[in-house]
Structures are given as structure tokens and as C-alpha cells.
Design a protein around this ligand. Structure first.
Ligand SMILES: NCc1[nH]cc(CCC(=O)O)c1CC(=O)O
Length: 308
């Protein structure tokens, strides 16, 4: 019997759901037996560092570091990540081999105190681990107090129950996957809150030269989602893309047509620049880059430099 194919994943319930989902898709696509694909749970630096705001300790790459190392060392054949959490540039030797069909891209508002962001009293505390989400919400609500809210989806829901914050914002995709959508107070339409880049998309990463794993993953790739997130990530990369930057972007594809909307906010949410572009899906990356350049030209390089 040959050794099973190993999927590297973080140990959070959402990460495990996503890795198991990919495991099931692989078994099904290739008619494999149950034991042919297994999970290898890997603790990352991001999981270990719990006491400081993430932006202070190095950002997105911290949640992939040890998994990237396991991939490069050949300890696992593939890794499954929320694409939203993936840095725009992967370490040398790694590539995204498949992007799964996108789930709900919207954010959800959860609060025992108000029915919507607009109804929160001024000064209400919104708990979020992502500066980006909190600042974007300023565009459509009162000036809110943002408190750092680390931990996985369940931890954040518990903190909300304990009254640590008056409200929180979470991606619908994660809540749906975890069977927690009944906790949602209201769903925010994308024109009220543009989602984070690549929200709702799951990426499967492998070694660039691992032709066999790439062949196994090919049927899992959804070309439309891949084109959409390519556009969004090109926009993010143009604007720096660190997790400190309040940036949102959404590409929607209809047939061969692509519509992209992007947004960048100043830390207080007082200054913002948005962009909308349409084009063809084949030129997704170029469109995202041009949209990024356009916003940058209007915002000025000072704008990014002023960010915390
Ligand atoms: N940063 C954590 C994270 N990464 C991906 C998701 C949700 C799933 C997705 O967007 O695909 C979440 C939780 C959240 O933001 O609510």
C-alpha cells in the first residue's frame, strides 16, 4: 500500500473544515479510498502568538510560515488556506494550484446591541482582528471604536457573548462552513461593505515543480473564482497589501466580463478612495493592477506612508 497524500493545515475548526473539504473533493475526483488522503495539522507562529496585535508581529505570512516550510521540505504534498489570509507573494518554490468555487463573499454583522452597523450608538466597540474590516465599516456607519479581537471565529463569538465588544464583523463564508450562520444579526450587502480581497475563496498550495500533485488538484480549480481573486490580489499587491492596510476589493465575473470594485481607507476612515473598472476576465491581473495604480495616483504615495 502506498503512503497517503498529506494535506498541511492549521488546527482551527475553520481550517480543519476547509482541509477536510479538499480531502473529500480529491477522493471523489479520483475515486480514491478513504485512507488515500490524510490531514497533517501544523501549528503556525500566528497560532502561537496570542498576546500582541497581529499587525505588530509581521502579519499574514505568520499563519503560513510553518506550513510553507513543511511543503518545501516535502513533509506534506499540499496545503489548504483561506485565500484571504494568503500573502500576495508566496515563498519561492510554492504556487496556488487550485482555487475552489467561491462561497458567499459578504460580511456579516453580529451584535446583541443593534440590528445593523448604522444603529450602533456612537462610540460602540466593534471587535475585529482585521483593521481592514473595521475601517471599511466606518464608511457606512458612525465613528466606531475598534478593539482588537484575536482568535478564531468561535473565540470571537464567545467574546461577543461575554460583552467584550458590542458588535463584531465576520465573513459569511466562515460562519456558513462552521454551521454558525444562525448567529448572524444582519448580512452586509457588498455595496455597503466591500469584502476583503479573496474573501470566501479557498486556495490549495503546492510545490511549483510537483507535477503529480498539480495533476491531482487540477479538477478542483474553478477558473472563474481563480480569475476573480487574481484581479483582487493584483490590486492588493499594487497597494502594498500588508494586513495593516484597510483595503477591500471584489471582482465579479459574468461570462467573459469582469467588474472590479476596490476601496482604500485612511486609518480613521475619514479619507477614502474607490475605483470601479470593467474589462474581460482574461485580463484579470492587468485590470487589478491598473485599478491599484489608479487609486494610488489619486490617493498619493503619502496616503500609504501615513498608514500605521
Ligand atoms: N482571518 C480569518 C479568516 N480567514 C478566512 C475567514 C472566513 C472564510 C473566508 O473568507 O473564506 C476568516 C474568518 C473571518 O474573517 O470571519
Amino acid at each position: 500500500m502506498s503512503a497517503s497524500i498529506l494535506i498541511g493545515t492549521r488546527g482551527s475548526p475553520l481550517a480543519l473544515w476547509q482541509a477536510n473539504h479538499v480531502r473529500g473533493l480529491l477522493l471523489e475526483a479520483h475515486g480514491l479510498e478513504d485512507g488515500a488522503v490524510d490531514l497533517s495539522v501544523i501549528t503556525t507562529s500566528g497560532d502561537r502568538i496570542q498576546d500582541r496585535p497581529l499587525a505588530d508581529v509581521g502579519g499574514k505570512g505568520l499563519f503560513t510560515k510553518e506550513i510553507d516550510e513543511a511543503l518545501l521540505a516535502g513533509g506534506v504534498a499540499l496545503a489548504v488556506h483561506s485565500m484571504k489570509d494568503l500573502p500576495t507573494v508566496l515563498p519561492d518554490g510554492l504556487c496556488v494550484a487550485a482555487v475552489l468555487p467561491r462561497a458567499d463573499v459578504r460580511d456579516a454583522f453580529l451584535s446583541p446591541a443593534a440590528a445593523s452597523i448604522m444603529e450602533l450608538p456612537p462610540g460602540a466597540a466593534v471587535g475585529t482582528s482585521s483593521l481592514s474590516a473595521a475601517r471599511r465599516s466606518n464608511a457606512c456607519g458612525p465613528i466606531l471604536r475598534v478593539i482588537d479581537f484575536r482568535g478564531n471565529v468561535e473565540t470571537r463569538l464567545r467574546k461577543l457573548d461575554e460583552g467584550v465588544a458590542d458588535a463584531t464583523l465576520l465573513a459569511m463564508a466562515g460562519l456558513d462552513r462552521l454551521g454558525l450562520s444562525s448567529k448572524v444579526t444582519s448580512v452586509l450587502p457588498v455595496d455597503e461593505m466591500l469584502p476583503a480581497v479573496a474573501q470566501g475563496a479557498i486556495a490549495v498550495v503546492t510545490r511549483e515543480h510537483d507535477a503529480e500533485t498539480k495533476r491531482l488538484l487540477a479538477p478542483l480549480n474553478d477558473p472563474q473564482t481563480a480569475a476573480a481573486v487574481t484581479c483582487e490580489r493584483a490590486f492588493l499587491a499594487e497597494l502594498d497589501g500588508s494586513c495593516r492596510t484597510p483595503i477591500a476589493g471584489l471582482a465579479e465575473i459574468d461570462g467573459g466580463a469582469l467588474r472590479f470594485r476596490g476601496l482604500i481607507l485612511s486609518p480613521g476612515g475619514a479619507e477614502w478612495h474607490d475605483v470601479e473598472m470593467t474589462g474581460v476576465a482574461e485580463r484579470a491581473e492587468e485590470l487589478g493592477r491598473i485599478a491599484g495604480e489608479d487609486v494610488l495616483a489619486r490617493a498619493g504615495t503619502n496616503f500609504l506612508a501615513k498608514l500605521p
